[in-house]
Design a binder for this molecule. Structure first.
Ligand code: NIG
Ligand code: FE
Length: 410
């Protein structure tokens, strides 16, 4: 293993989208060659190997851009194993939430946790992601539900960002569940929190969970208008458990993305296509909750740009592998392997505003590169085993290497 940010990755088959815009019609570029990296950035891609001292021999394996996860609920502490088992026996996520469990149960754990606890657990999860090839992540607050604890989570995100090699983007999700004071009073508190978050530059995005047992459409509209007036980009959790029309409204209000969309209607898809709103689909959550999968095929056919994320959190989904996520996208959402690949790389980077830095393998971008032992990208959904993953480079530094059961030498 090499640990310098100056190196050459030799003899790989590069597969990447190109450019910086979200992609709606998928054209991938395939190049066989050598990737030269200086100070963590890609400086050349060529057929001719150079004189580098520091070489990673790719042996004909695939080199793909590091996966980007545009929707996680890191940082959190604690677990909700009991709820998982209740759901396995038939209980519903929304009922558990209404009865004061679900998100509220993680809020209890997070309020008791110190800032250091949150950072330690957040960094642990960030490393799990990195070992699965995820080189950029979004992190959200949302398990504090009061000023002190929401800010504690955002501070934890800042510290996680300073201590992990991955790119980290922060989202304020104070509007994750309604505490006992009720929606109206809490939205007033949230506005005050938003002012502070802006002043201290603690988050790039503001998010709200508008669904059964969470925020109402009316309250959510007021809140996102306020957040936009403060200069925040807005993202929303919509149509996860039920369909209430909010996805279309958020799209019309200029949301940077609308996430979940398992219950999305045709009319909403039309609006998102017209507005070119990014749909962030989270099939691992549908799988974990045994709920419907988002109508990705209809969205893509209508021209909606689609990204994939994990939604990793202690309640509705604890999976985070982009390999499994792409498997579900192809096998259950009707996406092609190419569409799913772009959705978890360039389009996911674009949701986070990172499209100029990562999401593709191109000169000038961060050397966030994943090496997999596969003949082509169709193999990712076909064989979604983490064993395919042979090395992960983040910002040019090799983080992980696994040459066990290595097969490709062409
Ligand atoms: O995206 N739906 C709201 N938030 C998460 C779940 C969070 C939790 O259950 O702790 C989600 O599924
Ligand atoms: Fe979520």
């Amino acid at each position: 293993m090499t640990n310098s940010a100056n190196l050459e990755i030799r003899n790989v088959k590069i597969v990447t989208a190109t450019g910086i815009s979200p992609v709606t019609d998928c054209v991938l570029k395939y190049v066989t060659g050598n990737i030269k990296i200086l100070d963590g950035k890609i400086i050349s891609i060529s057929n001719e190997p150079s004189e580098s001292e520091n070489v990673f021999e790719g042996d004909g394996m695939l080199a793909i851009p590091g996966f980007v996860d545009p929707h996680t609920h890191i940082p959190f502490v604690g677990d909700r194993t009991k709820e998982f088992l209740m759901r396995a026996k038939g209980a519903k996520y929304s009922e558990i939430l209404k009865d004061g469990g679900g998100i509220h149960s993680t809020v209890d754990s997070v309020r008791k946790a110190s800032l250091d606890d949150l950072v330690v657990h957040g960094l642990k999860y960030a490393r799990w992601f990195l070992k699965s090839g995820v080189t950029a992540i979004e992190c959200k607050s949302g398990y504090g539900l009061d000023f002190e604890n929401e800010i504690k989570q955002l501070e934890a995100i800042r510290r996680i960002s300073e201590n992990t090699p991955q790119k980290v983007v922060s989202t304020f999700l104070g509007a994750h569940a309604v505490p006992s004071m009720g929606e109206k009073a809490y939205i007033d508190e949230l506005k005050y929190m938003l002012d502070f978050v802006k002043e201290k530059d603690l988050a790039k995005f503001v998010d709200i969970f508008c669904d059964e047992g969470a925020f109402s459409v009316e309250g959510s509209v007021k809140y996102i208008k306020y957040a936009k007036s403060k200069g925040f980009k807005v993202r929303v959790h919509a149509d996860e458990l039920s369909s209430n029309g909010f996805a279309g409204i958020a799209s019309d209000l200029g949301a940077a993305s609308v996430d979940h969309l398992a219950m999305c209607s045709k009319a909403e898809i039309k609006k998102m296509a017209q507005n070119k709103t990014m749909a962030v689909l989270l099939p691992l959550t549908s799988f974990y909750l045994k709920n419907a999968f988002a109508p990705a095929r209809a969205m893509i056919d209508e021209g909606v740009p689609v990204a994939l994320g994990s939604d990793f959190n202690p309640g509705s989904n604890t999976f985070y592998s982009p390999f499994l996520n792409i498997h579900l996208a192809v096998n259950y959402l009707g996406m092609t392997p190419e569409e799913a690949f772009v959705a978890h790389t360039l389009n996911a980077a674009s949701v986070l505003g990172l499209e100029k830095e990562c999401g593709t393998i191109e000169v000038g971008k961060r050397a966030d590169i994943v090496i997999i032992d596969a003949p082509d990208i169709d193999y990712i959904p076909y064989m979604p085993s983490g064993e395919l993953l042979k090395a992960v480079f983040v910002n040019g530094v090799e983080f992980f290497e696994n040459r066990d059961n290595f097969s490709r030498k062409d």
